[in-house]
Design a binder for this molecule. Structure first.
Ligand code: CTP
Length: 418
């Protein structure tokens, strides 16, 4: 009988990458808890990890062979002809690397494949969860933090270490969380990455647009693109074929996402229109500039001792154009950023732009909208449902939006002809 404490794990394939740290011993309990929850577990170890616990321990607990080396002549390696590390990448529903040392994190971040574990990660098609554990100074080092930021931007889930006394005697963040916490986290990740968008084509826009004034200046806005990128990441992890049309942002591209970079509203419009036909779901998360200079000066505009004014023209309303062109089958979702009368304005946009759902952000909510890693959103559907969600991580907000799209009923009558 399986434990019901982690219901999402029953029947799931969990790949476990164990690297060399003092907390390797905790992973024995993690394997037991995963098994108890009904998961099948396959363990890969780095050489360093085998200095702490033997592969035999993990193979006994997981009831599966443990992979250590890429090379068949190795005494720990399998003798059959299958390529174990690639197999595991395809077999897994989720992969957990724990404890993840600073060294392994650096390897994964930069795409090294010198051992079976890092090679498997390069061939992975499922969510990757990393639970770092290391000494305080290594944890705080900018190299480690930048590597983790890089991994996050690609869509990895990072379970932060806990604070406490470390093996070195230092006190601070660096400790691997307790097995229960780790398994709970894996359960949560599996819960928010169901493969329910498999074969679906999802088109997402993100970030601001820049409207050139002259070769060095532009009109723009403060959008960071994080919400749209989180949506792209979440959709790709749920099995969708994602095309992300990004305005000028500094974010890395999530794995398995096709990215098209644009700068202006007109370019975004053209790129969206070129891609829209084949999309099943279209989400306009971009903060498109509503106005652009009538002409962009060819040379830098020089300073004069007088007031100056810019003549502006309106840009194409991409979402409105999509609302006119969409088919009945397509799902069309917009965003609304409001400062006052939020619900009223958002509902107006929903109707005017012929959407299935609009995601409302209010500047009045703390931790929401531009630049933050968190968001407070309200989902408003064409059917009239209004659901305000609490402050949450942008990935979690993205997961909620995708689940709400999946729950949308048949399209409403305002759809166009086909
Ligand atoms: N949008 C768009 N093209 C534009 C302006 C906005 O596609 N030129 C989309 C945004 O991506 C968003 C939605 O329309 O999904 C609402 O954007 P928002 O700026 O809140 O609304 P506007 O229609 O521009 O209205 P206002 O700025 O007056 O609030």
């Amino acid at each position: 009988m399986f434990s019901h404490a982690h219901p999402m794990l029953a029947g799931k394939h969990i790949a476990l990458g164990v690297t060399g740290g003092i907390s390797v011993y905790k992973m024995c309990t993690v394997v037991r808890l995963l098994k108890k929850a009904g998961a099948e577990v396959r363990v890969m170890m780095t050489r360093a990890a085998t200095e702490f616990v033997t592969p035999l321990t993990f193979s006994t607990l997981s009831q599966n062979e443990v992979v250590v080396s890429l090379w068949p002549q190795d005494k720990h390696a399998s003798t059959d002809k299958s390529v174990k590390h690639i197999d595991i990448g395809l077999w897994a529903d989720a992969m957990l690397v724990a404890p993840a040392t600073a060294n392994t994190i650096a390897h994964i971040a930069h795409g090294y494949a010198e051992d079976a574990l890092s090679a498997a990660i390069l061939a992975l098609r499922c969510p990757l969860i990393i639970a770092p554990a290391m000494d305080l100074d290594m944890w705080e080092h900018p190299a480690t933090q930048q590597n983790l930021a890089l991994l996050r931007s690609r869509g990895c889930f990072i379970l932060p270490p806990e604070e406490g006394e470390l093996a070195s005697g230092l006190v601070g963040p660096g400790r691997l969380p307790e097995p229960e916490t780790i398994v709970e986290y894996v359960n949560d990740v599996v819960a928010k990455t169901p493969l329910d968008l498999k074969k679906k084509k999802v088109l997402i826009t993100a970030g601001p647009t820049h409207e050139p004034i002259d070769p060095v200046r532009f009109i723009g806005n403060r959008s960071s693109g994080k919400m749209g990128f989180a949506l792209a990441n979440a959709a790709a992890l749920r099995g969708a074929e994602v095309t992300l049309i990004a305005g000028p942002v500094t974010l890395g591209t999530p794995q398995h996402v096709k990215r098209i970079d644009v700068e202006t509203a007109q370019q975004m419009h053209d790129a969206v229109m070129a891609q829209m036909k084949k999309a099943d779901i279209i989400i306009m998360a971009a903060a498109v500039a509503d106005y652009a200079p009538v002409t962009a000066a060819a040379e830098k505009i020089k300073k004069k001792d007088a007031a100056m004014s810019l003549e502006l023209r309106s840009t194409p309303d991409i979402l409105r154009a999509l609302g006119e062109k969409r088919t009945k089958k397509q799902r069309l979702i917009g965003f609304a950023l409001e400062t006052t009368n939020e619900l009223t304005h958002a509902k107006e946009k929903l109707t005017k732009k012929k959407l299935d759902m609009i995601v409302l952000n209010s500047t009045r909510d703390k931790g929401a909208a531009f630049g933050h890693d968190t968001n407070v959103i309200t989902l408003i559907t064409a059917g009239g449902a209004v659901k305000k969600l609490p402050l949450m991580d942008k990935f979690d907000a993205a997961a909620e939006i995708l689940s709400a799209i999946q729950e949308l009923q048949q399209p409403r009558s305002h759809k166009s002809t086909n």
